[in-house]
Design a binder for this molecule. Structure first.
Ligand code: SF4
Length: 493
């Protein structure tokens, strides 16, 4: 948009997503999707609504719920937040006792309602709905094959390839789903619903989180445990890599679609940044894990200062851990404005330059005249870090020492996290010292991979890299990836 557009101009294009990083102002990574499923609860739609609401941080662009009443599907999808997409009457119309729901964030080019999930299809045995979190690395190749074979795609979402693979198979649903899941490569958590069944699957490396709970006689599934907690469900367990759960009239069947042993590689960024602090991953509470990261950072890179502060919200737990380890007091040096997530007003260039202050403010009375340790979770392009450091200096901080709870972010993600091109990742081309200068910090330290693995915990000694994917830090991808041709770094869902 041109510079002469004023702050009062109504924005009529795509939503202006603060934090999406497309403008380079807010270079935070974005989680791509959250999924929620219910099997056999009389108020499945309402449970899905509240579950998705708890997963809102995983995708703010569109939301959808599809419910099966046995004979037919009832569904609604829309652009916007869960509370904007649904109202009481809409929810009341979604009758049935099996449901799948989805919240989505996407790259701006994909921002349209046809890609909002759950995707819903008719196939030979009735209705089929699919919701997923993640990315299919070989989707383009499969899609081209299917199109050559006559398939007509309704969306640009890669999720649709799984529906087509299932629909074209002559086998029964479960065998067809197994064949489809075996063909795709990537990081994914799938919920597949028919008129009377729910299928739940995780990729062979367990890259994306997916958890199972129980509410009375009903089973519930969610990307994060915070959604189970919200609806009062009891956490049963995480879905295992390569697992396929089938829920039908006979109950829960625990099955697998692949016996091939692959390394467990749960996304490390879920621990560092994406998941809510009240969620548990692999048995570990996220707030506690982040506190351990802060403590580990202090052991690896102590610096004397007057206070420790964390960039809200994701780094507050780690800042508390750093403070506890060092005895340097934790202070609320920054406040996040919780109401700037989306706006229909496109700001002028001048106001865009003020962007971080719209989202984040330094607490002048806290940082003025102080040596500040600032904890953050990652540095992507470096633009946000520089603005935050300068904001603290403008508020009177004497020194700003930056400590990061992840190793340098050097490589794109192929598994459902929207990352910029490798050339835009500041750590891919600059040394730590060069980044320090670029962000105007007095000192800068990135957590070691070993420290991160130790802080996350919960793994067996023999687990390769602690059972984590660290590819965006160390370039060691747990699956085949295609760096050439049709590179796809974002989300396929
Ligand atoms: S590459 Fe990074 S962001 Fe992507 S799944 Fe692996 S750890 Fe997570």
């Amino acid at each position: 948009m041109s510079d002469e557009i004023t702050a009062r101009t109504l924005w009529t294009g795509d939503y202006y997503n603060e934090g999406s990083g497309k403008e380079g102002l807010f270079d935070k990574l974005k989680e791509e999707c959250g999924v929620f499923g219910v099997y056999r609860h009389s108020d499945a739609a309402s449970l899905a609504y509240y579950g998705l609401h708890a997963l809102q941080h995983r995708g703010e662009e569109s939301a959808g719920i599809c419910v099966s009443s046995g004979d037919e599907f009832h569904y609604h999808r829309g652009m916007g937040l869960v509370k904007e997409v649904f109202n009481k009457d809409l929810l009341a119309s979604l009758t049935g006792d099996i449901a799948i729901g989805h919240v989505r964030y996407s790259t701006s080019g994909d921002s349209k309602l046809t890609n909002a999930q759950p995707l819903v299809f008719k196939y030979r045995d009735g209705d089929l709905a699919v919701a997923t979190n993640g990315n299919i690395v070989n989707a383009l190749q499969i899609r081209q094959e299917l199109e050559q074979g006559g398939s007509i795609f309704q969306t640009t979402s890669d999720t649709e390839v799984v529906a087509h693979l299932i629909a074209r198979s002559s086998k029964d649903l479960v065998e067809a789903a197994k064949d489809a899941l075996k063909r795709i490569v990537g990081g994914f958590a799938f919920l597949i619903m028919t008129n009377d069944k729910l299928l739940v699957a995780s990729d062979p490396n367990g890259l994306r989180p997916l958890t199972m709970g129980r509410l009375g006689d009903a089973y519930v599934f969610a990307s994060e445990t915070c959604a189970l907690e919200t609806i009062g469900a009891e956490l049963l367990r995480d879905i295992e890599p390569g697992e396929l759960l089938v829920l039908d009239k006979d109950g829960l069947h625990e099955d697998r679609y692949t016996e091939e042993k692959q390394r467990k590689a749960l996304c490390a960024m879920e621990y560092i940044y994406f998941a809510r602090p009240d969620s548990d991953l692999n048995g570990a509470n996220l707030h506690a894990a982040r506190k351990r990261m802060g403590s580990q950072l202090a052991l690896e890179a102590f610096v004397d200062a007057d206070l420790v502060t964390g960039v809200p919200d994701s780094s507050i737990s780690a800042a508390i851990g750093y403070a506890e380890q060092t005895g340097i007091p934790y202070e609320l040096g920054m406040i996040k404005n919780k109401y700037t997530g989306r706006t229909f007003i496109q700001p002028s260039q001048e106001l865009r330059e003020q962007g971080v202050k719209m989202k984040l403010s330094a607490v002048r009375r806290v940082v003025e005249g102080k040596r500040v340790i600032m904890i953050d979770d990652s540095i992507v392009r470096g633009t946000t870090s520089r603005r935050i450091v300068n904001m603290l200096r403008d508020a009177g901080a004497l020194e700003v020492h930056v400590r990061i709870t992840s190793p340098p972010f050097k490589n794109p993600c192929f598994y459902g996290i929207d990352t910029p091109d490798r050339r835009e990742l500041i750590a891919s081309s600059k040394t730590v010292e060069e980044i320090r200068q670029e962000i105007n910090a007095d000192s800068l330290y990135f957590m070691s991979a070993e420290g991160l693995i130790a802080a996350v915990g919960g793994h067996n000694e023999q687990d390769y890299k602690g059972g984590l994917c660290l590819a965006c830090f160390d370039n060691d991808y747990p699956t085949q990836v295609d760096f050439k041709g049709e590179e796809k770094f974002g989300c396929s869902c």
